[in-house]
Design a protein around this ligand. Structure first.
Ligand code: SAH
Length: 203
């Protein structure tokens, strides 16, 4: 699928209706979601891969992976309102994704590839930790995820401690509109990296 087509299809997956700051509900910008998924296609080839989206929110990464041929695709999320939007969006997109309500820390089903845009730990310190621990444990091949550039040392240490290999880290700065009431400026640029971590023998 062409990049512009994928961006358009991901954009049609709605953002959070009432984003909850304590859960750091920031929808992945469609361009960034498409970049992550196309990097996964380039390095792992998503076709026929079992993919899990941890903290799937309204489902942008999970639905995008399914559109690119991943199967089966799971999304795990603790917010039921977001899951309702995700289920509706998957239906509109014509893809099958199994969305499950629950805490990522309790998720124990392995997948070939884990994709995620976890909380960055900006609102609640260490909110990102279970995401990196669980993804590195459950991914048979690779983890693709976003993180604040400030978290580089933490993620690199976690990956190395798990015996995983950092394949790529790209800075992908995000420009976000005002999302939460405590945001005072109309747009804010945040330094974000896309991480590609190999947990198996490939890529
Ligand atoms: N992946 C989505 C949403 C990113 S925001 C997207 O790409 O647009 C982070 C998401 O993680 C939010 O939906 C939030 O509700 C969810 N979340 C935060 N902590 C969680 C936890 N411990 N278990 C499950 N979901 C969690």
């Amino acid at each position: 699928m062409r990049h512009s087509e994928l961006v358009r299809r991901i954009e049609s997956v709605p953002a959070f209706a009432h984003p909850r700051p304590e859960l750091e509900q920031v929808v992945t910008p469609a361009e960034a979601a498409a970049d992550l998924l196309q990097t996964a296609v380039r390095l792992d080839g998503l076709e026929g891969m079992a993919v899990t989206d941890l903290g799937c929110g309204t489902g942008r990464l999970a639905i995008g992976a399914a559109l690119l041929g991943a199967s089966p695709v799971c999304g795990v999320e603790r917010d039921e309102d977001a899951l309702r939007l995700a289920r509706g969006a998957a239906e509109v997109a014509g893809v099958t994704v199994e969305f499950s309500a629950g805490d990522v820390a309790d998720w124990d089903r392995p997948a070939d590839v884990v994709v995620m845009n976890p909380p960055f730990g900006a609102q609640r310190q260490h909110a990102d930790r279970p995401f990196w621990d669980v993804s590195l444990r459950l991914a048979r091949r690779s983890v693709y995820g976003f993180a604040l550039s400030d978290s580089r040392t933490f993620i690199a240490r976690r990956a190395v401690a798990r015996g995983a290999r950092i394949v790529e880290t790209h800075p992908v700065p995000w420009s976000l509109g005002r999302i939460f009431p405590h945001h005072t400026r109309a747009r804010v640029a945040i330094p974000v990296d896309l991480w590609v971590i190999a947990t198996g023998t490939k890529p």
